[in-house]
Write a protein that binds this ligand. Structure first.
Ligand code: OGA
Ligand code: NI
Length: 357
């Protein structure tokens, strides 16, 4: 999720802010000051033909093409930390159904959506994340955030009942995403030379959260940000585009590269937990979302975490003389506690490194 706060209060909940969809309807010429981000890094995108790697999961599964595709995946994880997957095993109809339900939810009148608004003390529900002060600059984004798996983590009071099939669709979508996570984690950890089954199991028993993002069109798109630059704290993140409007950008060799939507594909983004497990071989990339002045964009983002009873630390197999652990090993509770109570001056991942002094 995005990291954005101007002081060091706990980031476990967020102040209420205006709906960006409602602002967009007003057809303003200029965006309100609270959204103006003239501090933004306007680094020009690198070579616009640069594409994030595309991985074919059928090729990974097929013994004849496995080796070559695994090499490609290993390269993608090392050089990019983000890639798109096709032939991931989820039916197109399931993905379309999910997109349609999310679209219908955001199309509801504001008062109706507010039935599932965030409440003080919780990040779940409809609203915005990580707003801790009235002065803080805001993102050009409305979202709804839900914990989806395991079942006992669900707070159904934040789960919309309108549209009617929303809950059912999210339920089945979250299971689909768990299956995708387990299969791709198998290959990611294989690429690292680890016992893949162990990592599959921990993601099977993992926790899953979903963040549905709505980025309305903006009259001054270059002066705002849809989502601040950040790296995800998940194991991996699975992003589904709802249309063909680009907006996601990933930082590669100090340039922002557009992640162009590919029909039927899912974007896989490595989070800090995989970075830690890999002992830094794989990096969780910084990414952000930009907006445009004509089209609304929506994305459906699933954060996938390993079993919370497992410690988070570099895989033992990767630690040997000559390659000592770069990161500390923490319990799940310690990991989240460090995240929600981190000092904003230091990067979160750097704070988890073992200091050499
Ligand atoms: C996120 C995220 C990007 C997007 O929700 O963590 O990075 O394009 N979203 O919506
Ligand atoms: Ni993200």
């Amino acid at each position: 999720m995005a990291l954005a706060s101007s002081d060091s209060e706990s980031l476990e909940w967020s102040l209420p802010v205006p709906s960006v969809q409602e602002l967009a309807i007003q057809k303003l010429d200029k965006v309100p000051l609270r959204y103006v981000r003239d501090d933004l890094d306007q680094t020009t995108p690198s070579n616009p033909s640069l594409r994030v790697p595309l991985i074919d999961m059928n090729k990974l599964a097929n013994p004849e093409s496995h080796e070559k595709e695994l090499q490609k995946l290993h390269f993608a994880c090392q050089e990019w930390g983000v890639f798109q997957i096709i032939n991931h095993g989820v039916f197109d109809e399931s993905l379309s159904k999910m997109r349609q339900q999310v679209q219908e939810f955001f199309d509801l009148p504001l008062q109706e959506k507010k039935r599932w608004a965030q409440k003080p003390g919780s990040l779940e529900g409809y609203g915005q994340a990580f707003v801790t002060s009235e002065e803080q600059k805001l993102e050009w984004n409305d979202m709804i955030f839900l914990k989806t798996l395991p079942l006992q983590d669900r707070s159904l009071n934040f789960w919309p009942e309108n549209p009617q099939e929303f809950r059912k669709t999210v339920e089945s979508y979250s299971e689909d995403m768990r299956n995708v996570a387990v299969s791709i984690v198998r290959f990611i950890t294989m690429g690292l030379g680890l016992e893949a089954q162990k990592f599959c199991d921990t993601f099977k028993e993992g926790t899953y959260e979903i963040r549905m993002n709505c980025y309305p069109p903006c009259p001054e798109p270059e002066r705002v940000i849809g989502l601040n630059p950040h790296a995800d704290i998940s194991g991996i993140t699975l992003l589904l585009e709802c249309g063909d409007t680009p907006g996601l950008q990933v930082l590669k060799d100090e340039h922002w590269v557009n992640v162009e939507p590919v029909n039927g594909a899912i974007v896989v983004n490595l989070g800090h937990i995989i970075e830690i497990i890999s002992n830094g071989k794989y990096k969780a990339p910084d990414h952000r979302a930009v907006v445009n002045n004509s089209k609304q964009r929506m994305s459906i983002v699933t954060f996938c975490y390993p079993n919370p009873s497992a410690d988070i630390g570099p895989a033992e197999k990767l630690i040997k003389s000559g390659s000592p652990p770069v990161y500390k090993t923490l319990t799940n509770a310690e990991y989240f506690h460090s995240f929600f109570n981190r000092k904003l001056e230091v990067s979160f991942i750097d704070s988890l490194k073992i200091s050499l002094s």
